[in-house]
Design a protein around this ligand. Structure first.
Ligand code: SF4
Length: 341
């Protein structure tokens, strides 16, 4: 369970301030992750997978933390013109404090921040347990990554270190609800190749504040200012996520207002057909309305893509992660934090 007398968590901690200054640790750590050492360290790096669900090549898996809480990750098959690969959607927290009304994870509240080791452990599990060729990692699972900034950044260091998991930074995407302080801290790191996605989901403050409480604190103008200040490379763009919810944000005037808001931002709009959470007041949008919305924004000159729906049947799609059995625990956590509604 140890390399050079250190657990996986301790290795991550030791690497934290100066990842390039501890070559022996890095070599041992990298060798273990490549399977050149015994399986012991891999076990340390890989929390037990206690459940899994599959739909073809899409796999949702659950790992149990020592606290008894659980984290969830999704292996997503990707198909290009000439090759196929796997993207791993990782969680940065158990639950989430952001309270987006359309999101299943929000129903838990925030139960825990994951450590860098627990985040990297999700990638190790995908590779070791499921033999998945993970080429991309997206922080789009449970949690708001900038609510757990230091651990997420340390995890990215380990994932992208040439002696670690050696992913290119351009293969890592951090998705935020729009925490401007986190956006500015990420910019200050100077990681020009890392991808940033922003969960926008509304064309104006009135709608966004209704479905995303963060907007009452950090409205859309402040968010846009932070994005415009971000040192984006010429060929790079932000991914602006827009969960299309019937009757909430899917009308033609919403499409036009959205395009105007996005006009100064170098971005690709990613339209995500809403995946209903448990007890959702809204249904999923019809295929026709999704295509119509995409046509409106595209005709108005906005670069747009559509997120294909995968895993909706077993709550593995975007916005559907979170074990509802943890909800009683969530309520008591909220009481402890003085957050009970
Ligand atoms: S959408 Fe993201 S930020 Fe909002 S509650 Fe869900 S996990 Fe948290």
């Amino acid at each position: 369970m140890h390399v050079l007398g250190l657990t996986f968590s301790e290795v991550c901690e030791a690497l934290r301030p100066h990842p390039h200054n501890i070559p022996a640790l890095r070599r041992a750590y990298a060798a273990a992750l490549r399977g050149e050492l015994s399986d012991d360290l891999l076990q340390a790096a890989t929390l037990p997978v206690v459940r899994q669900q599959r739909d073809g090549d899409l796999i949702k898996f659950v790992q149990r933390l020592t606290s008894g809480l659980e984290t969830e990750s999704v292996i997503i098959p990707m198909q290009g013109r000439q090759r196929s690969w796997r993207t791993l959607c990782v969680s940065s927290q158990v639950g989430c404090a952001m309270g987006c009304t359309f999101c299943e994870t929000a129903q838990l509240g925030r139960l825990a921040n994951l450590s860098a080791a627990e985040i990297v452990g999700q990638v190790a599990a995908a590779r070791q347990v499921f033999d998945a060729d993970i080429r991309n990692v997206v922080f789009m699972g449970m949690g708001e990554p900038f609510d757990n900034f230091d651990e997420v950044i340390q995890a990215v260091r380990v994932l992208t270190d040439p002696m670690g998991l050696s992913l290119g930074k351009s293969h890592v995407t951090i998705s935020t609800v729009g925490r401007t302080e986190g956006i500015r801290r990420l910019a200050a790191l100077g990681w020009r190749r890392i991808n940033l996605a922003v969960s926008l989901n509304a064309p104006n403050d009135e709608i966004r504040s209704r479905i995303m409480p963060i907007n009452r604190v950090e409205p859309m103008d402040a968010l846009r200012d932070a994005l415009l200040d971000y040192p984006l490379r010429k060929c790079q763009f932000f991914m602006i996520e827009y969960v299309l919810i019937p009757g909430v944000n899917d009308a033609r005037e919403h499409a036009m207002e959205l395009v105007e808001y996005l006009r100064p931002i170098q971005c690709c709009l990613n339209v995500i057909p809403y995946n209903p959470r448990i007890d959702s007041p809204w249904p999923a949008p019809s295929e026709e309305s999704v295509l119509q919305f995409i046509d409106w924004v595209e005709s108005a000159g906005q670069f747009v893509k559509r997120r294909m729906t995968k895993g909706r049947d077993f709550m593995a799609a975007c916005g559907q992660l979170g074990n509802r059995e943890l909800r009683p625990r969530s309520r008591s956590a909220k009481v402890e934090l003085g957050m009970a509604k």
